[in-house]
Design a protein around this ligand. Structure first.
Ligand code: C2E
Ligand code: CA
Ligand code: CA
Length: 641
C-alpha cells in the first residue's frame, strides 16, 4: 500500500485510508449541512430570527469544512467540524432546555467522532470543554442567570429526539463499517505478509533445483545437532558426497540432463536417511549429509552402505541410462572434532582421500574406522550374493532327551562358506545381515530349508523330530514373520508342532502388546517358542508369564561352568527349577562332556545339545546320525529282550 510522506519525513497514514476518511467526512458534512439547513428554514418559518441566524452560521462553518476537506489537512477539517458541531449543539442546549434538551443526546456521538477522526489533543480538549460546559450550566442555573425548564413531552420533541438518534445511528453505522473493513484488510495484509515471508525463507534456505536445504540451513542444523549430541553424549556423522563424473555428464548430455541427475540423486539420498537427518546440496554436485543422534558407529556404516547402494543403480535421464558414482568423505563428531569448521574440513579431506583412491568409494577421516567399515561393507555385499551363489547352507545340531538319551530333534544353524574367506561364523555375518536388512530374506530362507528338511526326515521314517530355527528380533519388526512361518510349513507339509522358533531375551524385553499378540497367534498354530541364551539378558520372569513361551535354553556360558563354578551351578539349578514352576521345558546348550550331562540330568533338565554328542552337521549327516542312534537303541532293546 502506498504511503505519503509528511513534511517531517515521518511516514503518514496510508493514502487509501486518507481517501476513505475524506469520503466519510464529506458524507457527514452533507448530512449535517442538510439538517442544519432544514432547521434554519423551519426557524425562519417559525419567525425565530436568532435561531435561524445561528443555524445559518452553522451551515456556513460546515460548508467551509466541506471546502477544506477537498485539499486541506484532515486534522484541521475535523477540528473545524468538531468546533462547528460543539458550538451548534451548545447554543441549542443553552437557549432551549439546558441539560433537559435533546441536543445532549448528540454529545457522546461528537466525542466518538472526534476520537475517530481527530487528534488525541482534540478529543481531550473536547471532553474538557464539555465538562466545563456542564459546570457552567450549573453555575448559571444556581445564580439565576439562566434557568432551564424541560418542555412537556410532545410530538415535536419526539421527532427531534428521533432525528438526533437516526443521525447518530447513521454516523455510528459508518464508523462500524469502516472498522470492520479495516480489520478485514489488516488480516488479508497479514496473510500476504506471512506468505511472502515463507517464500523468502524458502528462497533463503532451500536449493531451488532439488528442494534440499542449502548450505546455510545445513550449517544451522549441524549446529543444533552438535549441541544436542554433546548433551546426550551421542554421535553425529558429517559426510561430504561429491559425484565423480558429473562434469562429463553435464558436458556431454547437456545441462537439463545434469539438472535431472542432481534431482534424482537428491531424492535417492533423501531416501537413505532418517527423518531427523539432513541431506543438503551445498554446491554444483556436492552434497552434505548429516546423520543425527547415533549411538554406535555401525549405524554410520549402514548408512554409508545404503548410500553407495542407492547410487549404484543407473539413473534414467530422458530415456538414457546413466550411471553416476560418488566419493564420500565421512567424519564423526565428537571423536574427530567438536566444531563445525573442523568437521567440515575433515569431511572434505576424507572425501579427497576417497577420490584419490580411485573414486566410487568412501573414506572415514579417522583411518581406524575405515578398516572395520570396509570389512563390514565387503561382508554385506558378499552376503547379498551368497544365497544366489549357493554359499549358504543350513546345518543341524542334534538335540537329546536327557532321560532317554534319544535324539528328539535338531537346531538349524546357518553356515556360510565364502569362496575366498572360507568359513565365516554366523556370529560375524548375522549382525551384518541384520544391519543391512538382509536378515529378513535369509531368515525366511532358513525357515524354508529347515522345515523341508525336517519333513524329509519324517517321510524317511526317522520319526517325529522337531527342528528349532533361530529368529532374529528384526524379523519381528516387520510383520513378515507369521507369513514366513506359515509359508515354510505349508510349503514343506511339516506339522506346526514339529517347529520351534528360538528368540532371544532382548526381543521380549521390548515387551510390546503387538509382539505379545504375534507370539500368541504363532503359538496358537501349534508352533512352539523357545527363549535362547537364557540368563544373558535381564532374565525377567515377568515377561515369561506374559508371552506364549514353551521352552528355555540355558546359555552355553553357564552350562560350560557348572562343573567348575559353584555359583554357575546354583544359577543353572535355579533356572531349571524356576522354568519348571512356569511349566517350561528346559534345554541346556553346549554340553561338552559326561560330567556336565550327569549334573544337568540330576538337576532335572529335560533336553540338551552340544559337542559331547555332535556339532552342527549337514542335513544328510544328521539323518545318518539319527539312523545310527536309533540302530543302537534297537540293538540295545533286542539285547535286553
Ligand atoms: P545360538 O543360537 O546360541 O547357537 C548355539 C551355538 O553354539 C552355535 O554356534 C553352535 O554351533 C554352538 N555350540 C553348540 N554346541 C556347542 C558346544 O558344545 N560347545 C561350544 N563351544 N559351542 C557349541 P554357531 O552355529 O556359531 O551360531 C552362533 C549364533 O549365530 C547362534 O547362537 C545364533 O544366535 C546365530 N545363528 C546361527 N544360525 C542362525 C540363523 O539361521 N538365524 C539367526 N537369526 N541366527 C543364527
Ligand atoms: Ca539358538
Ligand atoms: Ca544359544
Amino acid at each position: 500500500m502506498a504511503r505519503e510522506r509528511g513534511q517531517d519525513g515521518k511516514v503518514a497514514a496510508p493514502v487509501r485510508l486518507l481517501a476513505l476518511h475524506r469520503q466519510r467526512l464529506r458524507q457527514v458534512l452533507y448530512v449535517a449541512i442538510t439538517v442544519f439547513g432544514v432547521v434554519a428554514l423551519m426557524d425562519v418559518l417559525r419567525a425565530r430570527p436568532l435561531h435561524a441566524a445561528l443555524n445559518l452560521a452553522e451551515v456556513a462553518l460546515l460548508w467551509l469544512a466541506l471546502r477544506w476537506n477537498r485539499r486541506q489537512a484532515l486534522e484541521r477539517v475535523v477540528a473545524l467540524m468538531v468546533a462547528a458541531f460543539a458550538i451548534g449543539l451548545g447554543t441549542i442546549i443553552v437557549f432551549d432546555q439546558g441539560l433537559y434538551d435533546e441536543g445532549v443526546l448528540a454529545l457522546p456521538a461528537l466525542l466518538i467522532f472526534a476520537g475517530m477522526y481527530g487528534s488525541r489533543h482534540l478529543l481531550l480538549a473536547l471532553t474538557g470543554i464539555m465538562v466545563a460546559f456542564v459546570v457552567a450550566l450549573l453555575v448559571l442555573d444556581q445564580s439565576g442567570v439562566l434557568h432551564s425548564e424541560p418542555l412537556p413531552m410532545n410530538a415535536a420533541r419526539a421527532i427531534t429526539t428521533s432525528m438526533i438518534l437516526m443521525i447518530v445511528g447513521f454516523f455510528v453505522w459508518l464508523l462500524a463499517e469502516d472498522l470492520r473493513a479495516a480489520v478485514t484488510n489488516l488480516e488479508a495484509e497479514k496473510r500476504a505478509l506471512e506468505e511472502s515471508h515463507a517464500h523468502i525463507e524458502v528462497l533463503a534456505q532451500r536449493d531451488s533445483l532439488t528442494g534440499l536445504p542449502n548450505r546455510a540451513l545445513a550449517m544451522d542444523r549441524l549446529e543444533r545437532m552438535l549441541e544436542s549430541a554433546r548433551r546426550e553424549q551421542r554421535l553425529v556423522a558429517v559426510m561430504f558426497l561429491d559425484l565423480d563424473n558429473f562434469k562429463t555428464i553435464n558436458d556431454s548430455l547437456g545441462h537439463p540432463v545434469g539438472d535431472a541427475l542432481l534431482r534424482q540423486v537428491a531424492s535417492r539420498l533423501r531416501d537413505c536417511v532418517g527423518d531427523s537427518d539432513t541431506v543438503a546440496r551445498i554446491s554444483g554436485d556436492e552434497f552434505l549429509i548429516l546423520l543425527d543422534d547415533l549411538d554406535r558407529e555401525d549405524a554410520i556404516t549402514a548408512a554409508v552402505e545404503r548410500i553407495m547402494l542407492a547410487l549404484e543403480r543407473p539413473f534414467e535421464l530422458e530415456g538414457i541410462e546413466v550411471s553416476a558414482t560418488a566419493s564420500l568423505g565421512i567424519t564423526v563428531a565428537p571423536r574427530d572434532g567438536g566444531d563445525i569448521d573442523a568437521l567440515l574440513k575433515n569431511a572434505d579431506l576424507a572425501m579427497y582421500r576417497a577420490k584419490d583412491s580411485g573414486r566410487n568409494t568412501f573414506r572415514f577421516f579417522d583411518a581406524s574406522m575405515n578398516a572395520s567399515a570396509v570389512e563390514q561393507l565387503r561382508l554385506a555385499s558378499a552376503l547379498r550374493g551368497a544365497l544366489a551363489r549357493n554359499e549358504l547352507q543350513v546345518h543341524y545340531q542334534p538335540e537329546f532327551d536327557l532321560r532317554s538319551g534319544r535324539v528328539v530333534g535338531a537346531e538349524a544353524l546357518l553356515r556360510w562358506t565364502h569362496p575366498e574367506l572360507g568359513q565365516i561364523p554366523p556370529d560375524r555375518f548375522i549382525p551384518v545381515a541384520e544391519r543391512s536388512g538382509l536378515i529378513n530374506a535369509l531368515g525366511a530362507w532358513v525357515l524354508q530349508q529347515a522345515c523341508a528338511e525336517a519333513q524329509a526326515w519324517r517321510s524317511s521314517g526317522l520319526g517325529e523330530l522337531t527342528v528349532a530355527v533361530n529368529v532374529s528380533p528384526l524379523q519381528f519388526r516387520r510383520d513378515d514373520i507369521e507369513r514366513d512361518v506359515a509359508g515354510a510349513l505349508d510349503g514343506s507339509g511339516l506339522p506346526a508342532r514339529n517347529l520351534v522358533l528360538e528368540l532371544t531375551e532382548s526381543l521380549l524385553m521390548a515387551d510390546t502388546a503387538h509382539l505379545s499378540r504375534t507370539l500368541q497367534r504363532i503359538s496358537a498354530t501349534g508352533v512352539r517358542i523357545a527363549i535362547d541364551d537364557f540368563g544373558t539378558g535381564y532374565s525377567n520372569l515377568g515377561y515369561l508369564r506374559r508371552f506364549a513361551v514353551h521352552r528355555l535354553k540355558i546359555d552355553r556360558s553357564f552350562v560350560s561352568q557348572i562343573a567348575a563354578n559353584a555359583y554357575d551351578e546354583g544359577l543353572v539349578r535355579a533356572i531349571i527349577e524356576m522354568g519348571h514352576c512356569l511349566d517350561l521345558q528346559i534345554v541346556a546348550e553346549g554340553i561338552e562332556d559326561n560330567g556336565m550331562l550327569r549334573k544337568l540330568h540330576t538337576f532335572g533338565c529335560e533336553f540338551g545339545q552340544g559337542l559331547y554328542w555332535s556339532p552342527a552337521v549337514p542335513a544328510s549327516r544328521f539323518a545318518a546320525f539319527v539312523r545310527e542312534q536309533q540302530g543302537v537303541f534297537a540293538r540295545g532293546a533286542a539285547n535286553v529282550s
